[in-house]
Ligand binder design. Structure first.
Ligand code: G3I
Length: 446
C-alpha cells in the first residue's frame, strides 16, 4: 500500500486524493507490459526464473504476462546439469524451457562454463582431465538444448576484479588461457543456432575489466573464434552504481559487431531514485541498436538474490513498483492514472473493508490486482464482488478463491490473508481473457 501510494504520488501528485491512493490503469491497445513495451522497440524483456517457484501463482501470473525472455536462474549451471561426471540431469531446466515455449517466451541459457557452482566432482580434476570434462559438459548440455535457445552464456565471469585486466584465477583458467575460446568453439559445434555470449559483472562501464573483455572479444572476432554477444549483468547498488558511461560502454562493444544484452539487471533502492536508474538503463539500451534486450534478475523483490536491497520491479506481494512504470514509460509504453476506485460506501459499517483494482491490460487479456483494505477496525475475513464485462473470463486467481469464471463474481479471502488489522491491506489477483473489470468492486466482511 505504501509503495503503491508512493508510485502514484510521483506519477500524478496533484491527483492524489484524501482517499489515499489512485488506481493505475493501462490503456488497452498500447504497450502496457514490460514485454510488450520492449517489443514495440524490437527488444525483449526477460527475467531470471527459479523452477521451484513455478507453483506460485502470483509468480507465474507476472512471469506469463510481463516477460518475453526467460533465464533459468540456477537450473542450467554445471552443478545442476551434471551432478555426477557424465550423468546429466535436465528435469528442472527442461521444465522452465518447456513452460517458456508454451507461453511464447524465448530462453537465454545460463551458464555453460563458470568457476562457480561447479559440481563437487570437478574439484578433483585439473589439466587435460578438467579441460576434457568442460568440453564434454558443454557438448552434452548445448546438444540437449540444440535449437531451443535464443542465446547461451557460454562463459561467465572469467575476468578478475583486480583492476589490471587479468583473468580470474580459477581451475578452468589453470587448464590454459585458451579455455574460453575452446568453450565457445565447443558450444558452436553443438548448437549452431544459439547466439553465444560472454557474460560478466562490473563490466558495465568503461574500466580495466570491461576493457579486458573488449580486447578479448576483438581478438576472437579477428581470429574467427565464434562469439555473437556480450552480456552485461548490471547488478547496481550504492557501492556499484549505474556508471555514467554505461551507454558508451555498450556502444563500444556493439561497434565491434557483437550484440549486447543486459542480462541480470537489478538496482538496489526504492522510489524515484531507483525508478530513474531503471529508466536510464532502458534508455541506454534503446540508444544502442545492437542492444537486443534486458533481463532482470528475478520478478519480485522477494525473489532476488539480494532481497533486502528491494532491487526489482515488483514488490514482495507482486505489485508493480514505481520502477516498473518507469521502465514501461522509458520504452515509450503507456501508463495512465485514473480516479480512485475505492468503494464509496462499505456495506457492513464498523469493521468494513474497501477494495480497489489495478489492471495490466493488453489486446485480448488482462491481469487485475485487487487491494483489499480494512476500515477503522480489524477484520477477520472479506469478500470482494465485481462483474466482469460480457465475454471476459478469469483463467487463474491467486491469494483468493473465485466463485466462478465469468459474469458476477465473488472472491473470498484465502486462509492466510483474511485477517487484517485496522487500516491494513492485502492484495489478490486474477488473470483473464477479454477485457478487464475497471469499475469499483464491493468489499464486505462476512
Ligand atoms: O538448492 C539449494 C536448496 O536445496 C537449499 O534448500 C537452499 C538453502 O539456502 O539453497 C539452495 O541453493 C542455493 C541456490 O541459489 C538456489 O536458491 C544456493 O545455496 C545459492 O548459492 C544459489 O545462489 C545463486 C547464486 O547465483 C550462486 O552463485 C543465486 O540463486 C543466483 O541468483 C546467482 O546468480 C548469479 C548468476 O548466476 C551469475 N551472476 C551473478 C548472479 C548473482 O549472484
Amino acid at each position: 500500500m505504501r509503495r503503491s501510494r508512493a508510485i502514484l504520488t510521483v506519477l500524478t501528485a496533484a491527483a492524489v486524493t484524501a482517499g489515499g491512493f489512485l488506481t493505475l490503469t493501462q490503456a488497452a491497445n498500447a504497450a502496457t507490459t514490460l514485454g510488450s513495451a520492449a517489443a514495440a522497440k524490437s527488444r525483449y524483456f526477460g527475467t531470471a526464473v527459479a523452477a521451484y517457484k513455478l507453483t506460485d501463482s502470483v509468480y507465474t501470473g507476472l512471469l506469463d504476462t510481463q516477460f518475453t525472455m526467460v533465464t533459468p536462474e540456477n537450473e542450467m549451471k554445471w552443478d545442476a546439469t551434471e551432478p555426477s561426471q557424465n550423468t546429466f540431469s535436465y528435469t528442472s531446466a527442461d521444465t522452465i524451457v518447456a513452460r517458456a515455449k508454451a507461453n511464447g517466451q524465448r530462453v537465454r541459457g545460463h551458464a555453460l562454463a563458470w568457476h562457480s557452482q561447479q559440481p563437487s566432482w570437478v574439484a578433483s580434476l585439473s589439466g587435460t582431465a578438467l579441460r576434457s570434462a568442460m568440453v564434454n559438459h558443454i557438448t552434452n548440455v548445448a546438444t540437449h538444448y540444440k535449437g531451443q535457445l535464443y542465446a547461451w552464456d557460454v562463459v561467465n565471469e572469467a575476468f578478475s576484479d583486480n583492476g589490471d585486466g587479468s583473468r580470474r584465477s580459477s581451475n578452468l583458467q589453470a587448464t590454459g588461457n585458451d579455455w574460453i575460446e575452446v568453450a565457445f568453439q565447443t558450444a558452436r559445434a553443438a548448437d549452431p543456432s544459439a547466439k553465444l555470449c560472454y557474460n560478466d559483472y562490473n563490466t558495465d562501464g568503461v574500466n580495466a575489466k570491461s576493457t579486458a573483455v573488449y580486447t578479448m572479444v576483438k581478438d576472437f572476432l579477428a581470429r574467427g573464434v565464434p562469439i555473437d554477444c556480450v552480456g552485461f549483468q548490471s547488478h547496481f547498488n550504492s557501492a556499484s552504481p549505474l556508471p555514467s558511461d554505461y551507454q558508451a560502454n555498450l556502444q563500444r562493444f556493439a561497434d565491434l559487431g557483437v550484440e549486447v544484452q543486459i542480462t541480470e539487471l537489478d538496482i538496489a533502492g526504492s522510489g524515484t531514485a531507483q525508478a530513474d536508474s531503471y529508466s536510464k538503463v532502458v534508455a541506454a539500451c534503446l540508444a544502442v541498436s545492437k542492444c537486443t534486450g534486458i533481463s532482470v534478475w528475478g520478478i519480485r523483490d522477494s525473489d532476488s538474490w539480494r532481497a533486502s536491497d528491494t532491487p526489482l520491479l515488483f514488490d514482495a506481494s507482486g505489485n508493480p513498483k514505481e520502477a516498473y512504470n518507469a521502465v514501461i514509460t522509458a520504452f515509450g509504453g503507456t501508463t495512465t492514472t485514473s480516479s480512485p476506485t475505492t468503494s464509496s460506501s462499505p456495506t457492513t459499517g464498523t469493521g468494513a473493508c474497501t477494495a480497489t483494482v489495478a489492471n495490466n491490460s493488453w489486446t485480448g487479456g488482462f491481469v487485475t490486482t485487487v487491494t483489499v483494505k480494512a476500515g477503522a477496525t480489524a477484520i477477520t475475513s472479506w469478500k470482494v464482488a465485481l462483474t466482469l464485462p460480457t465475454g471476459s473470463a478469469v483463467t487463474s486467481t491467486w491469494s483468493a478463491t473465485a466463485s466462478g469464471s465469468s459474469g458476477a463474481l465473488t472472491f473470498t479471502n484465502a486462509s492466510y490473508n483474511g485477517s487484517l488489522a485496522a487500516g491494513a491491506s492485502t492484495s489478490f489477483g486474477f488473470q483473464g481473457t477479454g477485457t478487464a473489470f475497471s469499475g469499483t468492486p464491493t468489499c464486505t466482511v462476512s
